[in-house]
Design a protein around this ligand. Structure first.
Ligand code: M6R
Length: 575
């Protein structure tokens, strides 16, 4: 959720900290801060809001010879996004940054307050530094160890102290943390992006680890793909990248002879009669598409579950069930916990994940990597495309079905057509007011409607809902009037006439309807034409791009920060 960085052994460590936080800013951007040891003394600079505010403040600070430092970009969990609540949190001689949640912080706070130790913030994190200083009796590592034994919850922690000014202490449980090195220079980060170009080997810190590490793995060589490349926002770039990303995703997997997954063998599926898919947000929507495909083609029953619900409802988990988790980040706390729960119950587990070495990948029995590349926009686009494509290939694999050509045609359908983009740009101005949107569709176009609505609401802040087209008349149609906007996903290949009737029912009640289809429906107000295709998945991928562009253009017209929408974070590592 938040992002953390640390560095030791380079000149002007503040430059690496700010640059690293820039790479992580998409994870949280309520406030940011850095702490450095400069000539043995702690220097702490914090600012509310986006990182540029912190950069401005740092420009006005004079440094002598800082040797190490830590930094943090925050997505508020405990306490408002104020400067006092921003990290690093400080005591009398130490500073800490933390990603995660300290569950027993209230209890610890009360104990320390009884000892006349006072707190200035509303955060859970401040207890770490106060506890550390309380335990300190001349040996910082000993005090750190005691601190770490006392706290419960999920965390990645970096701590520095004037008492031992040459060290950065670290601990990890549940939240990601990487320590990397390059000839005596040490770097820390909560994901690998800030480390690329600085370090050549890295150690992915394991849960329960703290202190020093000695096993290092190579990092990717460049961060070119993480730049904006002329697009207005990363999200726009990522929408345009989907064609290439899907090529990469299917490379060596979608073959003329059928689907090949090097990661799997047929024996892995022996004894499997059911599948549970667990995920959150966009990944959950991809899972719903998978249900339609796998049940229809492979004839295996699939239940798709919202991970935050599944983990607490004591589900019946039988050993003939394959448990699939879907996650872009591989760090989503709820999804990860359901994976652990399934493993504990003895189920076989499979992860569809974009981040190699993530917690979910390390936990699952098998993983199919999504190969979407780094996704920086908080609103997921290309990761969703690869999730759906991977589920489609999995469905082919399980059903022994060969849709080689159709898969390739579906990939072609994700190439952004500049005329359509232009049209959506123009259309978007008509959809900035009103009292909300319904996205409607049937079959696989229903989860696409859910996803289209999620995309729109998360970046435009306009209320939007996805609904099965046939369900509108059971209540929501009561909202129909000219100020109700409906985006209708009308497939030529699945339930065309029935969906068309549902659209006409809405048009007859004067809702403003934008139809996305290869066939124009006369009665509707607006129309975005897709190519005529003979398979629903080809239509699906073309419509997916259109819903993403619509959300993007509406949000841009609203003047919003598309890549960093308010209140959200890219990786949700708290429950
Ligand atoms: O990293 P994950 O795929 O596990 O993340 C799940 C959701 O948090 C994520 O899809 C979220 O809904 C996105 N903001 C959607 O655009």
């Amino acid at each position: 959720m938040c992002g953390i960085v640390g560095v030791k052994g380079i000149k002007n460590p503040q430059d690496f900290l700010l640059e690293g936080l820039k790479e992580l800013e998409y994870r949280g951007y309520d406030s940011a801060g850095i702490a450095l040891i400069d000539e043995g003394e702690l220097k702490v600079i914090k600012a509310v809001g986006k990182l540029k505010n912190l950069e401005e403040k740092v420009k006005n600070v004079t440094f002598s010879n800082p040797t190490l430092g830590i930094g943090h970009t925050r997505w508020a969990t405990h306490g408002k996004p104020t400067e006092l609540n921003a990290h690093p949190h400080i005591g009398e001689f130490s500073a800490v940054v933390h990603n995660g949640i300290i569950e027993n912080y209230q209890e610890i706070k009360k104990e320390l307050e009884k000892e006349n130790i006072s707190f200035v913030s509303q955060t859970d994190t401040e207890v770490i530094v106060k506890l550390f200083e309380h335990f300190y009796e001349g040996d910082a590592f000993e005090a750190f160890k005691k601190t770490f034994e006392k706290i419960d919850g999920a965390y990645a922690i970096l701590l520095i102290t004037e008492k031992e000014p040459e060290k950065i202490f670290f601990a990890k449980k549940g939240s990601p943390l990487i320590v990397a090195k390059n000839e005596g220079k040490f770097f820390f980060a909560s994901s690998d992006a800030p480390l690329i170009g600085y370090a050549n080997t890295a150690h992915y810190v394991e849960d329960g680890e703290f202190g020093y590490v000695d096993s290092f793995k190579p990092l990717p060589a460049n961060k070119e793909s993480a730049k904006k490349g002329g697009f207005r926002f990363y999200m726009e770039k990522e929408i345009y990248e989907q064609y290439d990303v899907l090529k990469e995703n299917t490379l060596g997997r979608n073959t003329k002879d059928g689907i090949v997954f090097d990661e799997l063998d047929k024996s892995f599926f022996e004894g499997i009669n059911n599948i549970i898919i667990s995920a959150c947000g966009t990944s959950y929507h991809a899972g719903l598409v998978g249900k339609y495909l796998i049940e229809r083609d492979a004839k295996i029953r699939v239940d798709v579950e919202v991970a935050s619900e599944l983990r607490y409802r004591k589900p019946l988990l039988s050993k003939d069930t394959l448990f699939i988790v879907i996650s872009q980040s591989g760090e989503t706390a709820d999804t990860l916990e359901t994976l652990k729960m399934a493993k504990k119950a003895g189920l076989k587990t499979l992860a569809l994940c974009n981040m190699d070495n993530s917690s979910i990948v390390r936990e699952a029995d098998r993983t199919i990597l999504l190969r979407a590349g780094i996704e920086k926009g908080v609103a997921s686009t290309k990761a969703f495309a690869t999730q759906v494509m991977t589920l489609w290939m999995l469905s082919n694999y399980l059903a022994d079905k060969n849709e080689y050509e159709i898969i390739n045609q579906a990939i072609e359908a994700t190439k952004v057509n500049s005329k359509i983009h232009e049209k959506i740009k123009r259309l978007s101005k008509r959809y900035l007011h009103g009292h909300g949107f319904f996205f409607i569709g049937r079959d696989i176009f229903y989860p696409l409607a859910l996803e289209g609505a999620l995309k729109l609401k998360e970046i435009s802040y306009i209320h939007a809902e996805g609904y099965p087209a046939g369900e509108m008349k059971h209540g929501p149609i009561a909202l129909a009037d000219p100020e109700l906007f409906v985006v209708a996903l009308l497939s030529k290949n699945i339930l065309f006439e029935k969906t068309k009737s549902n659209i006409e029912e809405l048009a007859a009640r004067d809702a403003t309807v934008l139809t996305v289809s290869s066939e124009e429906i006369e009665l509707t107000d607006d129309y975005v034409k897709i190519s005529l295709a003979n398979h629903p998945m080809i239509e699906f991928f073309e419509m997916m791009v259109i819903t993403q562009l619509l959300a993007l253009e509406v949000a841009i017209r609203m003047g919003n920060d598309v890549d960093m929408p308010r209140n959200l974070a890219k990786s949700v590592t708290v429950e």
